[in-house]
Design a protein around this ligand. Structure first.
Ligand code: NAD
Length: 312
């Protein structure tokens, strides 16, 4: 027996595999229904504008998918494809024009932007009430202060909370959550949302000593690091809920020469034997991000009319 396996205590009951694809589909279905309601009762059609600068192939795919999903939700959807050489001034002018367009409720500027563009200036130029990525300082501040009714939350962590609800319900009182990663787009807002749900939260990052030991005391582990299969089974308390945000492409010679596959930040095959609930990669957190972008756009449209937005 290796030292690793001696530390692993398996969970005796079958783990809940949290199906992000199905849950994302139910979020989108709710967005579709609420969009119809908004149109019928308030004569308002949510509108989203996606802006892409340059021709990064991955970003092009993301932007196309966002446009298609928005149309499927019944939104007005416009995509602005700008040349790689677009100036900061021209991009800011477009953002300003969209800020003033009353048919547009959500603006998303696809990241990354070309190097000559100051991305922070562009993000902060988006009207906070249209900032469906949830990156504007006003929305960051609202999340920190718990002003949830009008806050637009970053899509990935908001999606993680919906997945976690499957395992733990809405109220995380008495539970210890460890978030690994402290990025502005995932780790930090995730920690805030967990805190909002009454969890006791620890944030671990690259300077944190003994992350495995910290995780062993956690009822909830959220991994948002970008290191393939970093979180091992012996990092987990039996029965822990594990949300794996990581998306990492690794070589898969078993599938043939030059082939690759996606893995998360959690060593799924071993972790699933210990966890009480776990998200797979792919098919866990991934599909939630775009679903929550749609939910945010719907919320922005509701809030623009001063109507209380549906909760997701
Ligand atoms: P990031 O690089 O901005 O942040 C990574 C964080 O991990 C940092 O805070 C860093 O301190 C921490 N870290 C690095 N090494 C560590 C270590 N050894 N121990 C503990 N902490 C360590 O990444 P991000 O943008 O937050 O993304 C994280 C992962 O989530 C990536 O794999 C990314 O692809 C994925 N992601 C997925 C979605 C989705 O829709 N599912 C969305 C965003 C990001």
């Amino acid at each position: 027996m290796t030292s690793n396996t001696s530390l692993v205590m398996e969970n005796n009951s079958a783990p809940l595999i949290i199906d992000g694809k199905a849950i994302a589909a139910s979020v989108v279905e709710k967005v579709q229904n609420e969009t119809q309601k908004l149109l019928k009762e308030h004569d308002l059609k949510p509108g989203i504008a996606v802006v892409i600068v340059g021709d990064d192939p991955a970003s092009q795919v993301y932007v196309r998918n966002k446009g298609l999903k928005a149309e499927a939700c019944g939104f007005k959807s416009v995509t602005h494809r700008l040349d790689e050489e677009t100036s900061q001034k021209d991009l800011l002018n477009l953002v300003d024009q969209l800020n003033n367009d009353t048919t547009i409720h959500g603006i998303l500027v696809q990241l990354p932007l070309p190097r000559h563009i100051d991305k922070d200036e562009v993000i902060q130029a988006i009207a906070p009430e249209k900032d469906v990525d949830g990156f504007h300082f006003i929305n960051v501040g609202k999340l920190g202060a718990g002003v949830m009714q009008t806050a637009l939350l970053p899509c990935t962590p908001a999606g993680c909370m919906i997945l976690l609800r499957e395992a733990r319900g809405d109220d995380l009182s008495g539970l210890h959550a460890v978030v690994i990663g402290r990025s502005n787009i995932v780790g930090k807002p995730m920690a805030q949302l967990l805190l909002q749900a009454n969890a006791t939260v620890t944030i671990a990052h690259r300077h944190t000593p003994n992350v495995p030991q910290l995780c062993r005391s956690a009822d909830i582990v959220v991994a948002a690091v970008g290191i393939p299969e970093m979180v091992k089974a012996d990092w987990l308390k039996p029965g822990a809920s594990v949300i794996d945000v990581g998306i990492n492409r690794v070589d898969a010679p078993e599938k043939g020469e030059g082939k690759t596959r996606l893995v998360g930040d959690v060593a799924y095959e071993e972790a699933v034997k210990v966890a009480g609930a776990i998200t797979p990669v792919p098919g866990g957190v991934g599909p939630m991000t775009i679903a929550l972008l749609m939910a945010n756009t719907l919320k922005a449209a509701y809030v623009s009319k001063g109507i209380e937005a549906p909760r997701f």
